[in-house]
Design a protein around this ligand. Structure first.
Ligand code: SF4
Length: 346
């Protein structure tokens, strides 16, 4: 029996169909059931004869990841899944956030652990363990799409803000995005996908060269080079001036607002002076800028604490005074360690 091991189901199903001399409508039936109707097992692929389904079962895994632990926040707004990769049993986490405005955002991981070592991030403390494949990334989205389907809901947004730095696993991330966006697969709108990076400047250029038309978020977290280096080691390699001009070039090319993520840490980066420095860093070109203020979420072994609500408001007021679009992100899922910076296979 041939077992198909190449990365993506889209290619595997083409190969399977070829090897079994199947007419093209079988692929159409498969894609409809798998990527649009979100079947929960191959047994539900009712447009295929049973014997063919049995062949498919033994040839192509239905999913490359299995949920090991499922956690739900008290308010039911956030669900965190610890997934196990079938290939090597390594574990990573993904999060579903259900917003009051009916958006359902899936926060996917692209790595197990992360090599970037940001001071405020639990994933960074794990260090790098493995890259996820495109199929493992797509399988995270499909998992949540199946859950939401049972509640007559859909995934509305996908953000690469889980474990890992997406631009350091760019080939697999782009392949996953192509599958999500492919009209024959999920047909997921490209502008509802966000890649979040800690600032790998040359890879942002590469993203532009690849013609990526989705959204970009920059984990900024500091308004000057010295402070950023102390929070994010990658800043030493890719200094702020060049990074900022690259991100602005991305915004100009895509005509999409870039989201600057800024975790507010008590007494570290949250004073009105820091806010003014941030205004200066952004400069006059504010049309495509949005600053997402995020409360620091505590992680074990790190002495940072969350900014007071007074500091947060003062910080936001400075940004607003200079006309910079900003929002304060409501913390979701911190009771199950699913909030920003807390993912660590807990
Ligand atoms: S914030 Fe992002 S880039 Fe930094 S260590 Fe955490 S996962 Fe990696």
């Amino acid at each position: 029996m041939k077992v198909y091991t190449i990365c993506l189901k889209t290619y595997m199903i083409d190969q399977f169909a070829k090897d079994h001399s199947l007419p093209s409508f079988r692929i159409t039936q498969f894609n409809l059931a798998y990527y649009k109707e979100f079947i929960s097992s191959y047994d539900e692929l009712s447009t295929w004869p049973k014997a063919l389904r049995e062949e498919l079962k033994s040839a192509i895994l239905f999913s490359t990841i299995t949920p090991s632990t499922i956690l739900e926040s008290k308010d039911k707004g956030t669900q965190k899944i610890v997934f196990t990769r079938i290939s090597d049993e390594k574990r990573f986490e993904s999060v579903l956030m259900r917003h009051d405005d009916k958006r359902n955002t899936v926060c996917v991981s692209c790595m197990v652990g992360c090599p970037m070592g940001c001071a405020f991030c639990a994933t960074g403390k794990m260090r790098f363990i493995a890259n996820l494949t495109a199929r493992e990334i797509v399988d995270q989205v499909l998992y949540f799409a199946r859950i939401l389907k049972k509640q007559k809901q859909v995934v509305t947004n996908v953000v690469f803000m889980g474990m890992g730095e997406p631009l350091l696993n760019l080939e697999q991330v782009m392949e996953a995005i192509r599958t999500l966006n492919n009209p024959h697969c999920m047909e997921f709108g490209i502008r509802r996908i966000t890649i979040s990076t800690c600032g790998i400047t040359p890879k942002i250029y590469e993203l532009m060269k690849l013609g990526y038309k989705g959204r970009l978020a920059l984990s900024l977290h500091a308004p000057n080079q010295t402070l950023r280096e102390s929070l994010m080691p990658i800043a030493k390699t890719y200094p702020l001036p060049e990074l900022m001009s690259t991100v602005k070039a991305f915004a100009t090319r895509t005509q999409l607002r870039v989201s600057y993520e800024y975790i507010l840490i008590n007494g570290v980066n949250d004073t009105p002076e820091h806010a003014k420095e941030l205004v200066n860093l952004i400069g006059e070109d504010i049309e495509f800028v949005h600053i997402n203020l995020i409360p620091y979420n505590p992680i074990p072994g790190v002495s940072f604490s969350r900014s007071t609500s007074r500091s947060i408001h003062e910080f936001a007021d400075v940004l607003s005074e200079f006309g910079i679009s900003n929002t304060f992100r409501v913390t979701m899922g911190d009771d199950i360690k699913a909030a920003c910076g807390q993912l660590a296979n807990s």
